[in-house]
Design a protein around this ligand. Sequence first.
Ligand code: CUA
Length: 323
Amino acid sequence: MESLMPAWLMPIAASTQAAKVDRIFLGLTLISAFIVLLVVGLLVTFAIRFRRGSKADRGPLPEVVSREFEIGWTAATLFIFVFIFWWAASAEIGAFSPPKDALEVHVVGKQWMWKTQSSNGAREINELHVPVGVPVRLVLTSQDVIHSFYIPAFRLKRDAVPDQTTEAWFQATKTGTFQLMCTEYCGTDHARMLGRVIVMEPQDYAAWLSAQPEGDDLAHQGARLFSERGCSGCHAPGSAVHAPSLAGIWGQAVQLDGGKLATVDAAYVRDSILQPKRDIVAGYAPVMPSYQGLLSDGEIQALTAYIRSLGAGPREIRTPGLP
Ligand code: CUA
């Protein structure tokens, strides 16, 4: 969908979300402008009509006019607010719900650069190549301080926070090169923490991807770490230690001690690695040590990609006590 914004008013709109955001912005501006003009217009009219010395009638308003007007403008205001809330909330919910088939890109912010790695193996610094018309899911984190990943043309902005993962997604609607910047003050070179997003036709993207050096993809790195760092000692199928099996766990709901349910996603895996004793899966002993400080963000992302690659089971509650 095309943006309704004139080009001189807003940056170029190059994603599905950008068109939505611009429509809301334009809508809010028009509604506000209408109300401002109405109020100012009435103010001026009455100031002139009831100026000192004028002969205008200063008696009370007729009863019926004052009552019905009051009900009318209260209802109209309520309706406008509910409408604006619904409009903005539905766009916001869409902005947080990436399509299932999205291409996944891990983004790590550090002073002062952006490192990106696609689930298909492409690794870049301060650049991100993506195909046009394909949803892209971003999983963000930071290696040091809080940064914020901002692509004005996509109307997309999400903080990258140390020791946490945040997510965002976009679907580019135009090919071209778009500016990426950090928009959270993060130190000396914050202003130079810039990058580019290059949106390509799918066949150009495929050609670009195949020209990339043979990187071993994230899930394979994760599989290697899984055995090198000892995860497999307990979590591999057939291990003598009673630890939850990770195969087919991605996307499922697991029951935690205390009856809470958690969905296995990037944030859950990260928490489980860094703070394994905080939320124990029901039926298991709290024996796993924390890997805080022992694994880098990149390694945690690789392990996450590996667990994800083990597949997702049907969305169901796993029976407590059974691996
Ligand atoms: Cu990173 Cu500002």
